[in-house]
Design a protein around this ligand. Structure first.
Ligand SMILES: [Fe+2]
Length: 283
């Protein structure tokens, strides 16, 4: 059976009751938690790839912790550009921490070492990996046994995704990050990130990657760098369900608030002389 875990991102909680861009981030996180409990309580854990809060107040982390306390599986809380490191670490035991006080850590799994990175720069919305954080990453990767695969998680993408406004605030040290992981590229099975509030997948120097819509608001799909406006949207929220075995790592994106019609595969209504598709049993 595949090893299963959950990817959540950009929950953007504030104080309880706040409507953020016309949406209630706590209610939408509660709905995600309820859906995960109902359908994926067999997952090993969930990873939340940053922007846990919108403004980083202690009250917002308490709101986040209360919502996540209902989750029946453990979770790893990471930081993004809307978080504050000390407030997060003070509020959430599920946030990893390294010897330098950054929200970084690892988790050993049957499918390799999962590595959680802190790309928060508390003076900018762009991402940062300073020398200390890159040093921790280099040591962590070097210390693993030579046949150990890795799965890496970070808030900011370490490369441009083509959504210009988000590329302006991607990881600043993309070259330095690429240099640190260069000897391990073949062993990094997947890179998960948040930040862009969009469903995007592809590869980065042969490392497969994916990201997701957040659980509250989204970033509208705009590739034109000269677009008049950088827009947010009410596209549906999602979480990821990841199935991993030795050969494959499969990411399912689930629009957990979707209420569109569900129906069995039968012949289309009003057509009496056809099966639902090609009928292979026909003579
Ligand atoms: Fe975000």
């Amino acid at each position: 059976m595949a090893f299963k875990f959950i990817h959540l991102t950009d929950t953007h909680l504030a104080f309880q009751g706040l409507k953020l861009y016309g949406l209630d981030p706590r209610a939408r996180l509660d709905a995600a938690v309820a859906d995960i409990n109902k359908h994926h309580s067999d997952a090993a854990f969930a990873v939340v790839t940053g922007d846990l809060t919108h403004w980083g107040e202690a009250e917002a982390y308490a709101n986040f912790a209360e919502a996540m306390a209902a989750l029946e599986i453990p979770y790893v809380a990471m930081v993004g550009n809307h978080d504050l490191r000390k407030v997060c670490l003070g509020a959430l035991e599920s946030a990893p921490r390294d010897a330098n006080g950054f929200v970084q850590g690892t988790r050993q799994t049957p499918q390799g070492l999962f590595v959680f990175l802190d790309t928060l720069d508390e003076t900018s919305h762009a991402g940062e990996m300073c020398a200390k954080r890159l040093g921790w990453l280099a040591e962590t990767l070097a210390a693993a046994p030579a046949d150990m695969p890795f799965v890496v998680f970070m808030h900011h993408p370490p490369f441009p995704v083509g959504v210009h406004a988000m590329d302006e605030i991607a990881l600043k040290q993309s070259a330095e990050f690429a240099e640190v992981i260069a000897p391990y590229r073949a062993r990094i099975r997947h890179l998960f990130f948040g930040h862009v509030h969009r469903p995007i997948s592809g590869s980065y120097g042969r490392i497969p990657f994916s990201t997701l819509r957040g659980t509250n608001h989204q970033v509208w799909f705009e590739l034109d760098p000269n677009a008049d406006e950088h827009l947010a949207s009410h596209e549906p929220p999602a979480y990821g369900v990841v199935l991993v075995n030795r050969e494959t790592l499969v990411v399912h994106t689930h629009d957990y608030l979707d209420e569109s019609r569900r129906f069995p595969f039968e012949a289309p209504e009003g057509i009496a002389d056809r099966d639902y598709a090609l009928n292979f049993s026909a003579p």
